[in-house]
Design a protein around this ligand. Structure first.
Ligand SMILES: [Zn+2]
Length: 385
């Protein structure tokens, strides 16, 4: 079943959850029939009936007359710790730099996930702006399942460092094993003894690592009318993947990996996908001084809980780093500033995010913003010497 037909099949449930029942005119749910009884013939709703609105097409507009804050530029200079080589041509890269100037991004970390000639090519493209971009390389997992794995991967790591790589990332493990762009290691998780040499080597080379474990909780849950992040979850679903390590198991692997390599600095991507359980991420921070988390691509996922989220920012302001992971358009940056800086309530950003819910700002204090926007990243990057 493709995405469209799935959404069609679930549209009734989706609509019911998105609209108050009064708007439907009647409850959608048919009363339960005695078994064996045939359902009564139903008239199909008119083409413009609310009953035909699909959840994926739902675009509500806020009705509230409340303050709307436009944040054109971030309040403090920013280091973006999670981006990718989105800009392909010299013109696009120049445009990106202009946008960074306009919105207040001092530096962007480009997670290339590549090694070899591919890394060198991306590095060459971005080398015109050494103060504005830094490039991180990937791992080469070739031969990871054969005896003798290691020396070649370590040599390539050293070569990438020589060629300009300042860190490693984004390395993924969504439950099936490690992946660095096109290089895969199915079944080898970050806490696997075979991976030890890589994590030790990057500490020796003073290269921090951006490590993405798991995915949001909704993607593991049943794709039904109770799934809070259904549309996004369905696009990236994991509930149909057999034999994968689940979210909780991956968080345990992340912690074991951080503990196995105390000299290595880990930046867990996207709040380690604990945006739904920030208290657990806080416990991870408390136990693991070498662990940071970036806040990239989880703005829409934390904006529904502004009070709890801002308390979390206050408590762990020394471990969170700003990131985007969402292209390089100006409005994208500005939405992140609005969520972090303002106390705006109940606003929609349907162009940026694929959820049906509204967003709220955290109103973070200046000192927290400075840490998250800049100072934590600056400290982490400066520690490389
Ligand atoms: Zn990313």
């Amino acid at each position: 079943m493709n995405r469209r037909s799935f959404l069609k099949a679930t549209s009734a449930a989706g609509l019911a959850s998105a609209l108050p029942s009064a708007a439907l005119g009647h409850a959608w749910q048919e009363p339960a029939l005695p078994s064996g009884a045939a359902p009564a013939q139903k008239k199909s709703p008119a083409p413009d009936s609310p009953e035909r609105i699909l959840l994926k097409d739902y675009r509500p507009k806020s009705i509230y007359k409340i303050p709307v804050t436009e944040v054109a530029k971030a309040r403090f200079p920013i280091i973006d710790m999670h981006s990718h080589p989105y800009a392909k041509t010299p013109e696009e890269i120049a445009q990106w730099v202009r946008t960074m100037d306009e919105v207040g991004i001092e530096k962007t970390v480009i997670l290339t996930m590549t090694t070899g000639a591919e890394f060198d090519e991306i590095h060459r493209k971005y080398s015109k702006y050494p103060e504005r971009f830094e490039l991180w390389c990937g791992f080469d997992f070739a031969g990871y399942d054969k005896p003798g794995f290691g020396p070649a991967a370590l040599r390539e790591l050293e070569r990438c460092k020589q060629a300009g790589a300042r860190g490693v990332g984004e390395i993924h493990d969504k439950g099936k094993g490690l992946r660095s762009g096109k290089s895969n290691a199915p079944g080898m998780h970050p806490d696997d003894p075979r991976a030890d040499q890589l994590f030790e080597k990057i500490a020796e080379l003073a290269m921090p690592i951006s490590l993405h474990v798991a995915d949001p909780i909704w993607m593991y849950q049943k794709m039904d009318k109770t799934n809070d992040g259904l549309m996004n979850a369905y696009e990236w679903r994991l509930d149909n993947q057999p034999n994968i390590v689940g979210l909780s198991g991956m968080v345990e692997i992340l912690e074991r990996t951080a503990q196995r390599h105390p000299k290595t600095t880990f930046v867990a991507c996207h709040f380690a996908n604990l945006d739904y359980d920030l208290a657990r991420l806080g416990e991870l921070f408390d136990r693991n001084p070498n662990l940071y988390a970036d806040i990239s691509a989880r703005y829409a996922e934390t904006a529904p809980i502004p009070r709890f989220a801002s308390q979390f920012y206050a408590k762990h302001a020394d471990r969170l780093v700003y990131g985007t992971d969402m292209g390089f358009d100006k409005p994208m940056y500005q939405v992140t500033f609005r969520i972090l800086e303002t106390l705006d309530e109940h606003f929609y950003e349907s162009d940026q995010f694929g959820y049906h819910w509204s967003l709220n700002g955290f109103g973070l204090s200046d000192s927290i913003l400075q840490q998250v926007y800049h100072d934590n990243a600056a400290k982490l990057l400066a520690a490389r010497g």
